[in-house]
Design a protein. Structure first.
Length: 300
């Protein structure tokens, strides 16, 4: 059975950046790349379809152009195009890749992503990990700054930036932790694990009540993080792990830790409510404010 990474393409700069990121990831995994483009027929063609082109012809051209761009940059990669008729969300969710990669338009120089309706619905419903990549993301962005005179071909030899994992020790998830360790191992990158906690309400009266002090709470949180990560550090001895345990809001601390990272890994608990699926506040914040690619890993 062929293993593959899939990327959704629609002709936009962000989807092309996602396709190239997916190509690099497919090479790291020793997998093939599948490019997916979905189109719908409309009685009146959308403005995006050029004069003289049929709607299907334009869809085929969009997919072909993405394929040519990726093959030119990665000549040794097995690239397969898949053209679907109908909903883009349904087409993307129907695929069964190891990883699904989508593009997302960046907001200026300091913010993260604009999450389109397609990306948001796919992230909220996908049974597979989904990575969102902003427009203009390049191979160089995954690595530490290059010295003057280094050619683009030499970029892969420069060390990777760290992978960042948001960890909740109260509900640790094997799928999430393993994804982050594997991502760091494949790139030869360090893994920065971020755990944020809140001081209980009784903190101000700790002396009178005999409750744990601030330093004692911090020490307990650090022990919990170390215990959670110990079996994974043993499984991935080549991954350098740095733990960051801080008092604060998980979303804010994760965004702060993401500066200078190559990838941020967050989780999405698989659960349905009367209001439908949702991605959770920390993951929502990461998707909107983190500047590097974000991997959302579904878990039970």
């Amino acid at each position: 059975m062929v293993r593959y990474v899939a990327a959704g393409v629609d002709g936009s700069p962000e989807s092309l950046a996602a396709a190239h990121w997916a190509a690099r990831e497919a090479l790291r995994r020793g997998a093939a790349l599948q490019l997916i483009h979905a189109w719908k027929w409309y009685p009146r063609p959308p403005a995006s379809v050029p004069m003289g082109s049929t709607q299907r012809g334009w869809a085929e051209q969009t997919l072909d152009e993405a394929g040519r761009s990726v093959r030119a940059a990665h000549p040794g990669l097995n690239v397969v195009g898949r053209l679907e008729t109908g909903s883009a969300v349904d087409a993307l969710l129907a695929s069964e890749p190891e990883l699904l990669v989508l593009g997302s338009r960046g907001i200026g120089g300091v913010a993260g992503f604009i999450i389109g309706s397609v990306s948001q619905r796919v992230v909220a419903r996908s049974a597979r990990p989904v990575v969102l990549v902003r427009a203009r993301e390049t191979a160089a962005d995954e690595h530490l700054p290059a010295l003057d005179g280094v050619s683009p071909e030499e970029i892969p030899e420069i060390p990777f930036r760290d992978v960042v994992l948001g960890l909740d020790t109260g509900q640790p998830c094997d799928e999430l932790i393993e994804f982050a360790f594997e991502a760091a191992r494949r790139c030869g990158a360090g893994l920065r694990v971020v755990h944020a906690y809140s001081v209980p309400p009784y903190f101000d009266t700790e002396i009178r009540t005999g409750k744990p002090s601030g330093p004692e709470i911090l020490a307990a949180q650090e022990r919990s993080v170390i215990a959670t990560l110990r079996p994974w550090c043993e499984k991935f001895p080549g991954v350098l792990v740095v733990e960051s345990v801080v008092e604060g809001r998980a979303a804010s601390e994760l965004v702060r830790a993401s500066y200078g990272a190559s990838l941020v890994v967050v989780g999405r608990r698989i659960r349905d409510s009367r209001l439908g699926t949702h991605i959770g506040p920390v993951t929502h914040a990461a998707l909107h404010h983190v500047r590097c690619p974000v991997a959302v890993v579904p878990h039970t």
